[in-house]
Design a protein. Structure first.
Length: 320
């Protein structure tokens, strides 16, 4: 994928609070979720900004198969056409998206699709639901796959599917681990810890409030170890006792070899990492095997502000 400098274009006069970024690798277009301003923007490969949707707060956006999927703050996941965007208010009767998951108010947190096209939703901070690929709005056909009782004292932050179709869940606050669940079993209240889970800490077999996960084509598991300001890599056969390898960051700071509370990241086809470096208000690209990152958006030294080349906050990031 060609890397795009998001905010250094002369035409990029809009300032974003980037809660989530999705990328169309086919065209190079970027979609930015400015949640606080209730707007999703499109930035083309030349840096030209246009408004895709306004009028509602969106929790997360994801670009899959030519459509933008977005979970709305007051409920629902929408499948949005990107070819006929007009910046309309989603409240209007001409809203372009189809509400494929109604009834989940406020805390739609993460969405993913399995290899069969079924949609999975991490609701709030714990439960994961499955919706069949032929799900029809208004039909009660959802299935709870993972149940996270409050008695666990853990908050589930993110999830991905591994090559075998299992669900790998990031247990951040209170859990400090990656937990594997079966995608074919319902109402699971416990899974198998495959990384971390040895208390909060910075040892190679520990995590501290992890908040993101990605899996490469070889099945290796990468974790945004947010509290330790690093990205950790674990082999595909990892267990609770396996030591991770630091592939980005490790110390707090704004130098090119440092991160400051990385919250999310994605892997491209070359093994490079796109990292949402939250407290440094920047997006870093870390090539496979590199010891430093390159700033793609925001200030290389963590400055914040309201000029067109700065970021206020970075949250989720996505490539497709």
């Amino acid at each position: 994928m060609a890397k795009t400098i998001i905010y250094n274009s002369a035409s990029a006069s809009t300032v974003f609070d980037t809660d989530n970024i999705a990328v169309d690798e086919t065209t190079g277009n970027l979609y930015v979720n400015d949640r606080d301003n209730s707007t999703i923007y499109r930035i083309d490969s030349n840096g030209v900004i246009s408004t895709l949707l306004t009028g509602h707060q969106w929790n997360v956006i994801k670009f899959i198969g030519g459509f933008l999927y977005a979970s709305r703050n007051n409920g629902g996941v929408y499948k949005i056409s990107i070819n006929n965007y007009t910046g309309i208010n989603p409240n209007s009767t001409t809203f372009l998206g189809n509400n494929v998951v109604p009834g989940f108010a406020y805390a739609n947190h993460k969405i993913n699709f399995d290899s069969s096209g079924n949609l999975y939703l991490l609701f709030g901070w714990g439960d994961i639901y499955k919706f069949a690929s032929n799900y029809v709005s208004g039909v009660t056909s959802l299935i709870k796959i993972v149940s996270n009782p409050s008695s666990n004292g853990q908050f589930f932050i993110d999830f991905k599917f591994d090559g075998s179709g299992n669900i790998l869940v990031v247990s951040g606050y209170g859990g400090h681990s990656i937990i594997r669940y079966s995608a074919s079993t319902t109402n699971q209240t416990s899974g198998t810890i495959i990384a971390g889970g040895n208390g909060s800490g910075s040892n190679a077999n520990q995590l501290d409030n992890p908040q993101g996960i990605a899996i490469d084509s070889s099945g290796n598991i990468y974790v945004a170890d947010t509290g330790n300001n690093r990205i950790q890599k674990f082999p595909s056969n990892t267990t609770q006792s396996t030591n991770g390898t630091t592939v980005a960051g490790a110390t707090t700071g704004n130098a090119a070899n440092q991160l400051f509370t990385p919250k999310d990241f994605k892997i491209d086809s070359t093994g490079g990492l796109y990292i949402s470096d939250n407290q440094n208000r920047r997006v870093q690209y870390w090539a496979s095997g590199a010891t430093t990152g390159t700033t793609l958006a925001g200030s290389p030294i963590g400055n914040t502000g309201n000029s067109s080349d700065l970021l206020q906050n970075t949250g989720g990031i996505d490539i497709s």
